[in-house]
Design a protein around this ligand. Structure first.
Ligand SMILES: [Zn+2]
Length: 167
C-alpha cells in the first residue's frame, strides 16, 4: 500500500490520532484511498510521533529496566506482598529504613513497580546506556526564579556507601 503517484485532486485537512489537522492528499487514481485515510486517521502526525519518541527515549533512560531495578536495590531490601480479596495485590518494599507502597494486579509487576518507586524516591536512576546520556540541565548562571527544591534527606543512600558485609 504505497503512496500512489499521479495528480493530486484534493487536499482536505484531516484530524489525525493526535488531534492535529494534517493535509490528506486525494490522488486521481488511488485504489487504496479508504485504507490510506483510515491509517492516516489512526496514526499520529510526524511532529507528535517525534515528540513521543523523544519522551520514550528519555523515560527509558531514567526508569531502570526490570533486571536493573532489582540489582540497584540496596542490601537487605525486603518485599512484603499481600493478596487482597479481589485478587489484586498490595505490597511494600523496605530498604535503608525507607518504605514505599504500591498496588498491582500481580506480584510480578508489583515488585518491579515497588523497586522503581523506591529507587525513584531515593534519586537512584539506571546508568545511562552508552551513547544515550540523559540531557543534563543546562547551568543557568543568573536564574532569577530557581525551582524550589526539597532539601535532600541527610541519610540519603547512594550506591557508593551501601553497607557491606565483612568478608
Ligand atoms: Zn500531532
Amino acid at each position: 500500500m504505497g503512496v500512489p503517484t499521479g495528480e493530486v485532486v484534493a487536499r482536505p485537512m484531516v484530524a489525525r490520532a493526535c488531534g492535529c489537522l494534517r493535509e490528506f492528499q486525494h490522488y486521481a487514481v488511488d485504489r487504496y484511498r479508504a485504507q490510506r485515510l483510515a491509517k492516516f486517521q489512526k496514526t499520529r502526525c510526524e511532529v507528535c510521533v517525534e515528540k513521543l519518541n523523544t519522551e520514550q527515549r528519555q523515560a527509558a533512560a531514567v526508569v531502570p529496566k526490570k533486571g536493573e531495578a532489582f540489582r540497584l536495590l540496596p542490601e537487605a531490601a525486603q518485599f512484603a506482598l499481600t493478596r487482597k480479596a479481589d485478587a489484586s495485590w498490595t505490597g511494600k518494599l523496605s530498604a535503608n529504613g525507607q518504605t514505599v507502597e504500591a498496588e498491582g494486579d500481580g506480584p510480578h509487576g508489583l515488585t518491579l513497580a515497588l523497586a522503581r518507586a523506591w529507587l525513584s524516591a531515593n534519586g537512584i536512576t539506571a546508568p545511562a546506556e552508552e551513547g544515550e546520556k540523559p540531557a543534563a540541565p543546562a547551568p543557568t548562571g543568573a536564574a532569577k526564579h530557581p525551582a524550589p527544591k526539597p532539601p535532600p534527606p541527610s541519610a540519603r543512600p547512594s550506591l557508593s556507601n551501601l553497607p557491606k558485609k565483612p568478608g
